[in-house]
Design a protein around this ligand. Structure first.
Ligand SMILES: O=C(O)CCC(=O)C(=O)O
Length: 271
């Protein structure tokens, strides 16, 4: 099974990704929706030790779990057999693409949790000139509840202070700038969001500022499979033990090439 209807990507899709740091790829993974839904069912029945769900009182849970592609067969099949590596190579202009990690985010109906504005890069234990995440909803999501991205923010050239989603700083001695108050000044930003169908994807750079609304009263369940990939010259970033994902078993030092069994090469595809 493949997502060949989108490959090759058009020049305008690639240009939009590079210019705005985010692009909608309609139908990119439509053939994989049932597989990924089955994987999420399996995962939620048996979460990993990295599960970090939020269950605020009076609100439905926001389930999150990380790094399960080697354990959940449906996710492994998707990583190894979909065209995600090829799509990533085209978007980034990369000679080689490696998988970085998977992240499942399920907002149950009635969830009142907002995903706050953030960039992924300052949280990640990886950095590099070529990065892309694919945010893949497995339920219909109107633009008001979908991923929102601040166009061009990946080119602002700065990391904003990473916060935990409960509002506390992730790194105590971090002197990076706080995230601007985007919600209070939405008219000053070009905010990209789209009505999305199951299997559509937003591809976005690790440096792009993004967030998502609460789902309260708005939609039913919002299941998302998010896949993160890196291109040429990706390096391990030591974030003082707080990097995400918390890969405690890696022997990599800060600045080492991001290689190893956890980060398989997806492009060029093996013969
Ligand atoms: O799905 C969400 O609420 C946020 C997703 C996100 O931040 C990500 O995929 O990096």
């Amino acid at each position: 099974m493949s997502s060949t209807e989108l490959t090759p990507l058009s020049a305008s899709q690639i240009a939009a990704f590079r210019r705005y740091g985010a692009v909608l790829l309609r139908g990119a993974f439509a053939p994989w929706v049932d597989t990924l839904r089955a994987g999420i069912d399996r995962l939620m029945a048996d979460p990993s030790p990295l599960e970090r769900s939020y269950k605020p009182e009076g609100s439905a849970p926001f389930f999150q779990d990380l790094c399960n592609w080697q354990r959940i067969p449906e996710f492994r099949t998707f990583v190894e057999r979909s065209d995600i590596g090829l799509l990533a190579a085209q978007l980034m202009g990369a000679h080689q693409v490696r998988f970085f990690h998977d992240h499942v985010l399920v907002k149950e109906p009635g969830t009142s949790l907002v995903t706050p504005w953030h960039q992924d890069l300052p949280y990640y234990c990886a950095r590099g000139p070529q990065t892309v995440s694919f945010w893949i909803p497995l339920d219909p999501v109107p633009a008001a509840n979908a991923l929102e991205c601040v166009a061009g923010s990946h080119k602002w050239g700065r990391d904003h202070k990473p916060m935990r989603f409960d509002g506390t700083p992730l790194y105590a001695d971090d002197d990076s700038k706080p995230m601007p108050d985007i919600d209070a000044n939405r008219e000053n930003y070009r905010i990209l969001a789209w009505d999305m169908a199951p299997g559509d994807a937003v591809a976005f750079d690790f440096g792009t500022i993004h967030g998502a609304a609460a789902t309260i009263g708005a939609i039913d369940r919002r299941r998302v499979f998010s896949a993160r990939l890196v291109g040429d010259d990706a390096r391990f970033a030591d974030r003082g033990g707080k990097g995400s994902p918390p890969f405690s078993h890696l022997a990599l030092q800060d600045g080492d090439p991001l290689i190893g069994d956890d980060f398989p090469v997806l492009h060029p595809a093996r013969a």
